[in-house]
Write a protein that binds this ligand. Structure first.
Ligand code: ZN
Ligand code: ZN
Length: 450
């Protein structure tokens, strides 16, 4: 037994010659329509009023009531005023044809006609009507082949400067349904142009970037580490290009207060923690401590500035083409301040020590910076190295930032919480009178520049 398909529409055929009516009904039923018939004008009008069909196929020459009279009456009555009509006439009935057209019909059929033509016109009626009563009829633009322009198929221009946020979580990765929209990978961003690849931090997000790079021709990679807390290095052992000969990876970072950068990265690959060691990495790895500022690297200029965070932590700014992108995922601006944000001017004694960071961000086109704690959470987290939302807003205002992407989301903050937190951020900026674009970063977020 086959499942019945839903009917395409209900049609009333008004035709006094029974054999013609039968053939018409048969063709339309075969095409999936529900069909009833009327043998004269009166019966047609009564059925149209009672059963309210979608479409009436109306013969003009009929006993008892002329087709034009039927049509006039239908148009005058509320319930049938908008019922679709296809009129069937013989060739020479021009007056009737014009009158029917004036009263509003969908189309005409000139007798005699093939059932296939009837089905075609009925199909066209239902296609235009969209099957929804009372819906407006949108005209279908039919453009002849010779005037139709080539099909418009825009393609993404992959040669443009772009950045991608591969990991936007702070502290520790968080998998799970409540974190789907923002993502759970820890800090990592890439900036790419042509054959050049700049990478900022090596949190778990770098793993995905690694697989992406294997499919490109990019082999010269520059990896800038802000500091060596877990959430900024723990993806490195899973960074596939490190194991592939032909990749040349230069890793930059501040000189730590204890171990140097190489020792820290090597340490997390110790046998006690990981099955593969740094010596097994087949790429050409080199390490550079930050000294020169700014550093010209390829077509980019990379500068750095110390941020307020435990240990030797920096933020970076990359200038490439005519764009400047700042990456400062960990920065406790105005450490310990829990008061309102309005009164904090550039020359306020609490603000003065942060002048260099304010200047550092002031010319960036995009600032990717944290605001990890809500104002309620912050008093318990002072000196943990992260800003309260309102203190981060003050930084954006004082630096005159116009586009801020908030990153380093707290692992305790799920998607719904972050949505609400973003609204609070916008309200604080409004209160400060600082108009700017602010969004929450999410894993995989990519922007192409013009
Ligand atoms: Zn961090
Ligand atoms: Zn940290």
């Amino acid at each position: 037994m086959s499942t019945p398909t839903p009917a395409k529409g209900r049609i009333l055929i008004a035709e006094d010659v029974r054999v013609i009516a039968f053939k018409m009904a048969q063709a339309l039923q075969g095409a999936g329509y529900i069909v009833e018939t009327a043998v004269d004008g009166e019966e047609c009008l009564n059925k149209a009023r009672q059963t309210l069909p979608d479409l009436v196929v109306l013969d003009i020459m009929m006993p008892k009531m002329h087709g034009i009279e039927v049509l006039k009456t239908m148009r005058d009555e509320h319930r049938t005023a908008r019922t679709g009509v296809i009129v069937c006439t013989a060739k020479d009935y021009k007056t009737e044809h014009d009158e029917a057209a004036r009263l509003g019909v969908f189309d005409f059929l000139t007798k005699p006609f093939e059932p296939a033509l009837l089905v075609e016109k009925v199909d066209a009626f239902f296609a235009r009507r969209g099957g929804f009563k009372g819906a407006p009829e949108f005209p279908t633009p039919i453009i002849a082949d010779e005037v139709q322009p080539a099909t418009f198929t825009p393609v993404l221009d992959l040669t443009r400067l772009r950045y991608t946020l591969w990991g936007t979580r702070g502290s520790t990765p968080v998998p799970g349904a409540r974190f789907l929209r923002h993502g759970g990978n820890t800090s990592c961003m890439s900036v790419g142009l042509g054959d050049e690849q700049f990478i900022f931090d090596a949190g778990t997000g770098i793993r995905e970037l690694g697989f992406d790079l294997l499919n490109t021709t990019r082999r010269k990679l520059h990896l800038f580490i802000t500091h060596t807390h877990w959430d900024h290095i723990q993806g490195f052992p899973f960074f596939a290009p490190a194991y592939v000969p032909g990749f040349e990876i230069t890793i930059y970072g501040a000189e730590g207060f204890g171990k140097d950068l190489k020792s820290v990265l090597r340490g997390q690959l110790d046998r006690e923690y990981f099955p593969v060691q740094m010596e097994d990495m087949q790429s050409y790895l080199q390490f550079r401590h930050l000294a020169e500022n700014p550093m010209p690297i390829g077509s980019a200029l990379v500068s750095w500035e110390f941020s307020q965070h435990p240990g030797a932590t920096v933020g970076y700014k990359i200038e490439i083409e005519d764009k400047k992108i700042a990456w400062v995922p960990d920065n406790e601006f105005l450490q310990g301040y829990t008061g309102p944000p309005e009164d904090l001017t550039r020359d306020h004694p609490l603000v003065v020590p942060y002048g260099r960071m304010i200047d550092f961000l002031s010319d960036a086109d995009v600032v990717i910076h944290e605001a990890q704690y809500t104002c309620e959470e912050y008093p318990k987290k002072v000196r943990w190295g992260h800003s309260s939302v309102s203190n981060a807003c003050v930084l954006m205002k004082l630096a005159g930032v116009r586009k801020w992407i908030v990153t380093h989301h707290d692992p305790m903050h799920d998607d719904a919480f972050l949505d609400a937190k973003l609204q609070v951020t916008r309200q604080i900026l409004e209160r400060l009178g600082h108009e700017m674009q602010v969004t929450h970063a999410y894993d995989g977020e990519t922007e192409y520049f013009r």
